[in-house]
Design a protein around this ligand. Structure first.
Ligand SMILES: [Zn+2]
Length: 116
């Protein structure tokens, strides 16, 4: 069972990650804009390169959005005293798993099944 000190640590960790990602999001958006502006003056091949790197940064942004929403949900679960329990089977999530990813919403068994 997670005690209140551990819970507070996870909360701070989640908030730090959230802040970090929101910061990265700003820079990511800038990079996408730069690609759009450059398109007019680059040749065809470099335009393909630019589009590819733009697609990559879109993918990175999409993943970041996903992670951000996971973090947001985890913070909400802390507020509701539901943190640390699997969303699927309601079993306690292994502490080491939470240490690795405090935003984990599923226990290791359910996560493995979900990924299959
Ligand atoms: Zn589970």
């Amino acid at each position: 069972m997670i005690n209140s000190t551990q819970l507070e640590t996870f909360k701070l960790l989640l908030l730090a990650r959230q802040a970090e990602m929101l910061e990265l999001e700003k820079t990511g958006e800038d990079a996408t804009k730069t690609v759009e502006l450059d398109q007019a003056c680059v040749g065809r091949l470099s335009r393909i390169d630019a589009l590819q790197s733009q697609a990559m940064s879109v993918e990175t942004m999409r993943r970041r959005q996903l992670q951000l929403s996971k973090i947001g949900t985890a913070l909400q679960r802390i507020a509701n005293n539901e943190f640390g329990f699997c969303l699927h089977c309601a079993e306690e999530i292994d502490y080491r798993r939470l240490e690795y990813d405090p935003a984990a919403a599923l226990c290791i068994d359910c996560a493995n099944k979900a990924e299959l």
